[in-house]
Unconditional design. Structure first.
Length: 301
């Protein structure tokens, strides 16, 4: 690595507002999963997901701080600005999900049957989980592209929306595999194809941006992303019409939740979740298309 003649350590990585936010992320994340692992406890898929979120975000945050403090990120074949912006948005979404799920399933007012000490540890873990979300949201707020500012694509509103779109698609996939009966009609299978296609292309867009390989493509990346976003809007519009009709119309499905449907194992519940988040993602793609008309990004920042 060639010397630039400057200091070997970048103190701004820990003293700037963004650096301080990352130090808080590291502190809150470590505290949260330590409280849970020591005494709070977790179980089932929900608890495992929360622990994964906290440990994963902690590890990547430590990696980012170390790379920026030592300038080692200049040795990586990544578009560092795109990588950190994408991770901050993803960590914000994951941390708020864990901050909602953990207290919902593991925190209770009374001490019975887990004991007061375990209850107190779980309450403390939930508080620090909320603080962790605030710390990641603060980084997103501080690093987002400002009007007139030359910035990496993932720091723009359009780039951040790509992360949210992929995250919402993951929620849809989770509901699909939870006995949603999507294979019952060809029309609902088309909706699954829409969700899958848009998710894959969105992930590819994020991957090319993060790796900084957009300049190597033989087609104009920026124009292609806008065209794809327009296509995704049309595809999601079709799913937003088809899915509710074939799930909630009395001719094909049930307008109301069946009375004998078991809680947590009811196809109607999964279908409702998919319908809601289909409209959420449709709105996100429409906003993405609107913002993409106003931005110009630099892929290698």
């Amino acid at each position: 690595m060639e010397s630039t003649g400057g200091p070997y350590l970048n103190t701004a990585a820990v003293t700037s507002p963004v650096g301080i936010a990352r130090l808080l992320q590291m502190t809150f994340g470590c505290t949260t999963f330590s409280l849970v692992a020591h005494q709070g406890g977790f179980s089932a898929a929900y608890g495992t997901f929360c622990m994964f979120v906290w440990t994963f975000c902690f590890a990547i945050t430590v990696f980012i701080i170390a790379c920026e403090f030592t300038h080692l990120h200049s040795c990586l074949s990544l578009s560092w600005g795109n990588f950190t912006a994408a991770f901050a948005m993803l960590a914000t979404l994951m941390s708020i999900t864990a901050a909602v799920i953990y207290p919902l399933y593991f925190v209770q007012v009374g001490c019975y049957p887990i004991g007061c000490e375990v209850r107190d540890f779980r309450i403390a873990a939930s508080v620090f989980a909320g603080l962790l979300f605030v710390a990641y949201a603060t980084e997103v707020f501080l690093t987002r592209a400002k009007p007139g500012q030359v910035s990496s694509y993932m720091a723009t509103i359009s780039g951040l929306l790509k992360i949210v779109q992929a995250f919402v698609a993951c929620i849809i996939f989770g509901a699909l595999v939870n006995d949603s009966q999507y294979g019952k009609y060809v029309a609902t299978q088309w909706c699954v194809a829409v969700y899958s296609f848009c998710f894959v292309v969105t992930v590819v867009v994020v991957a090319f941006s993060v790796t900084g390989k957009t300049a190597l493509l033989w087609f104009p990346f920026e124009r292609s992303v806008v065209i794809y976003t327009f296509g995704a809007v049309l595809l999601y519009m079709s799913a937003a019409v088809i899915w509710p009709v074939f799930c909630f119309d009395s001719k094909y499905g049930s307008p109301q939740r069946p009375g004998l449907c078991a809680k947590g194992k009811c196809p109607w519940d999964s279908q409702l979740v998919i319908a809601i988040f289909t409209y959420v993602n449709l709105l996100l793609y429409v906003l993405d298309l609107a913002y993409s008309q106003r931005i110009r990004f630099v892929s290698h920042l």
